[in-house]
Design a binder for this molecule. Structure first.
Ligand SMILES: NC(=O)c1ccc[n+]([C@@H]2O[C@H](COP(=O)([O-])OP(=O)(O)OC[C@H]3O[C@@H](n4cnc5c(N)ncnc54)[C@H](O)[C@@H]3O)[C@@H](O)[C@H]2O)c1
Length: 370
């Protein structure tokens, strides 16, 4: 599949998403058009991005004054402290608003560098170059930026749109299988909540995505971005429709918190488990046909992904997650609010399915026996 461009536009912003293998060389030309006054570029680059990409960037951006800030991305270092360090470096290098920050890395680097860009002199040009599958299909889209605090993850941030998102699938070659699965979980969720045809395509092509075939990756990234844009564009402030994106995430969040965000279970693996648990709930509540669940489950079976939910075939294991469901930010009363599945491409509305703790405890054994 040849390189793709999504041209996004709404009342507040306008930017392109370039997707494909080897789209990186398009960068200098785009900068000239989008940020014609830029003289200096600060590249905040994840240390784990292979060195050859730094050399390519150095080479293609040689007509600018370019400074690399390498960043050891971790949830711990997605912090005010690091934001402050980068702000200080920008100030001491006399950056001004017409200059440019480029974030090169996964979701952590994108969130942090977008946040730095949004507050530096009240907003400097920002380009996002996501280098993980999760960042290419999810976190680089929608304009959410931010950092963690000692009170929790992503609690401080801003909405700030980039001038350009450039998703080159060549970056994904050095990613581990676990990281690819992480991004795939969001791709699968996007297909399930919005696009039955894309889901059918995933039934046939998941293996190729997991094997990092560039053509299939380009198609899946494009589809995923379009679906995420559909939701965030309708609902920029995260209420209402955007909550469909939380499908699978209520349980996923509980799994991650219960495991103390251990690296043993990645976010994507928790989401894959959450998709199964919440699909089972949808069938048990008689709003979704079991045939839909069977189709979803068979994608896992065909692609060795059942390990993500095996643990939760046990009622006590599911029950042990319930206390961690409580603090989910979507809940505005004592009950737990779930987005459930009605059909491929259709979810329930927020606040239509709320469960008390007692209800959930009773339901656990049926989910496990399912
Ligand atoms: N802004 C949003 O809307 C949004 C949405 C979802 C997630 N997020 C955030 O995204 C973050 C997770 O993103 P992520 O999964 O990309 O994590 P990440 O940024 O930690 O990257 C995952 C790992 O891959 C490494 N890495 C990055 N690119 C690489 C490459 N090309 N080759 C080899 N290794 C590479 C990183 O150093 C890291 O170890 C979380 O902090 C989450 O809060 C934000």
């Amino acid at each position: 599949m040849k390189n793709q461009e999504i041209k996004f536009k709404n009342n507040h912003s306008k930017y392109s998403i370039l997707i494909g293998s080897n789209v990186l060389p398009a960068l200098p030309k785009r900068i000239k058009i989008l940020c014609p006054k830029t003289k200096k570029i600060a590249v905040i680059i994840d240390k784990n991005v292979p060195r050859k990409f730094k050399n390519i960037l150095k080479n293609i951006l040689k007509n600018f004054k370019i400074i690399f800030f390498s960043y050891q991305a971790s949830e711990k270092k997605k912090s005010f402290n690091d934001v402050n360090k980068f702000l200080t470096k920008l100030l001491s290098n006399n950056f001004n608003r017409s200059d440019l920050i480029i974030g090169v890395g996964g979701g952590i680097t994108g969130d942090l560098s977008g946040f730095v860009a949004s507050i530096f002199k009240r907003g400097i040009n920002f380009i996002n170059i996501p280098t993980t599958l999760l960042a290419q299909v999810d976190s680089s889209i929608g304009g959410k930026t931010g950092v963690n605090t000692s009170h929790g993850k992503n609690l401080v941030g801003s909405f700030y749109q980039p001038k350009l998102v450039l998703s080159d699938t060549n970056f994904l070659n050095s990613l581990s299988k676990k990281e690819i699965v992480c991004g795939y979980a969001e791709i699968l969720k996007h297909a399930i909540i919005k696009d039955p045809n894309f889901f059918s395509w995933l039934e046939r092509n998941t293996e190729k995505i997991l094997l990092k075939k560039p053509g299939e990756l380009t198609y899946a990234i494009k589809k995923s971005c379009l679906i995420k844009l559909h939701f965030v564009n309708k609902d920029v402030n995260e209420k209402g429709i955007r909550m469909a994106l939380n499908f699978g995430h209520t349980f996923a969040h509980a799994i991650e918190v219960k495991n103390n965000y251990s690296k043993k279970i990645s976010h994507g693996e928790a989401v894959l488990a959450g998709i199964i648990l919440e699909s089972k709930m949808s069938v048990l509540k008689k709003i979704c046909n079991i045939k839909i669940f069977n189709r979803i489950e068979s994608v896992y079976k065909k692609n060795n992904l059942t390990y993500t939910y095996k643990k939760f075939l046990n009622a006590n294991r599911i029950k042990s997650l319930i206390p961690f469901l409580k603090n989910d930010k979507k809940n505005n009363d004592e009950k737990i609010n779930f987005i459930l599945l009605k059909d491929l491409g259709k979810t329930t509305k927020p606040n239509n399915f709320k469960f008390s703790i007692k209800n959930l405890n009773n339901l656990s054994k049926f989910i496990a026996q399912f």
